[in-house]
Design a protein around this ligand. Structure first.
Ligand code: BLA
Length: 330
């Protein structure tokens, strides 16, 4: 039975999970109105989550994840910034989770949907970082497998979706150079953009989010459970590699550490945002990304070994990877 409360007072919290089971993850329900300084208001990122949950419920049976009990609401060390966490699962969804951070000067949405390993579906990924005058946006159906070298996988999921990225190319243009390693985790339809808030762009972002989410749900509807054990293992490994990368190198780490301290930030990353690291595989970060080895055996703290690249969009309108001349050699 669905147990999601979608009322206006407490729009998104599962009604079953209101307890406090951990001393460090305290649940505090003090709703503050966000500052009017922000053009993209806290309520609007709530709208994104609300839309996604409703859309998912229309197509599948969504139930709260066991993680919900432990990861729900938290106030940051500054006593003001609120972090709200939600998590669910469904027959084809291993984990649907969101983190919404709200303060008077900043808002963050980190929303992702991870399929069960029996499905080779992309990972839905929306990461928005917003301050009064800056938005940093990644919206994508992150490919589970390599779309640069595996044409069949690319065609299977992205061929029909190429018009989506063209639809938003003008209002949400390519955001310029980025950590080169990230490009392998992105699809040819990724929206990577930076902008100063304007109504048009805020509206475009909401519209893009809805379109991309509906597209993902449609892919989920069509997907057929894999029975071949070696293919399931392959999906598992690919998702584990993705989780391992993001839990270690996501650009949000610094801010999370600042907000809630290093230990809680690590806990949040490994056990909530990128949960599955301990279950889907046993390889470690350096097994997947040996170029980050430091001489003392530790992981290089740098976010990128290659550096930043891709001044412009490295895919053409057919979804072929064209790179950028003189850019990093992937
Ligand atoms: C910046 N976030 C970025 C950038 C990218 C992403 C590409 C630009 C900086 C860069 O080139 O690395 C997002 N990168 C991604 C995503 C993937 C990836 C989604 O590789 C997936 C594979 N962002 C968050 C959260 C916070 C956040 C939760 O998702 C904060 C809690 C903040 N992102 C954030 C900040 C910046 C940023 C502060 C600017 C700082 C910087 O450029 O390092």
């Amino acid at each position: 039975m669905l147990n999601i409360c979608l009322t206006s007072e407490s729009p998104l919290l599962p009604t079953t999970f209101t307890g406090i089971n951990s001393s460090s993850w305290r649940r505090r329900r003090q709703r503050k109105k966000p500052s009017t300084l922000l053009q993209v208001s806290a309520d609007s990122y709530q709208d994104f989550i609300h839309f996604a949950l409703k859309e998912t419920q229309r197509h599948t049976v969504l139930v709260p994840s066991p993680l919900q009990e432990r990861y729900n609401d938290l106030i940051a060390n500054d006593g003001k910034t609120e972090l709200q966490m939600l998590s669910f699962q469904a027959p084809k969804i291993r984990l649907l989770r969101s983190l919404n951070i709200q303060s008077e000067v900043m808002q963050v949405l980190d929303f992702a949907v991870f399929p069960k390993p029996e499905f080779d579906l992309p990972i839905f990924c929306a990461n928005f970082f917003t301050t009064a005058n800056k938005n940093i946006v990644v919206l994508d159906l992150n490919p589970l497998h390599d779309v640069i070298s595996q044409r069949d996988y690319r065609d299977k999921y992205y061929k029909n979706l190429m018009p989506l990225s063209l639809k938003y190319a003008e209002l949400l243009p390519w955001g310029g150079k980025l950590t080169s390693e990230s490009i392998k985790f992105f699809s040819p339809i990724v929206i990577w953009t930076k902008f100063t808030s304007s109504q048009d762009q805020n509206d475009a972002l909401y519209s893009a989010f809805m379109d991309y989410y509906k597209a993902w749900i449609e892919l989920m509807n069509q997907s057929v459970e894999e029975k071949d054990a070696s293919q399931i293992t392959r999906n598992c490994d690919a998702q584990h590699r993705y989780l391992t990368w993001r839990a270690e190198k996501d650009p949000g780490h610094g801010l999370l550490k600042k907000l809630i301290g290093e230990n809680l930030a690590k806990d949040l990353l490994r056990n909530f945002l990128f949960s599955g690291i301990d279950e889907l595989g046993s390889k470690k970060f350096l097994d997947y990304f040996p170029e980050y080895w430091r001489e003392d055996g530790a992981i290089d703290k740098k976010r990128s070994i290659i550096g930043k690249s891709f001044e412009s969009r490295p895919w053409n309108s057919s979804g072929d990877f064209v790179g950028n001349n003189s850019e990093a050699n992937l």
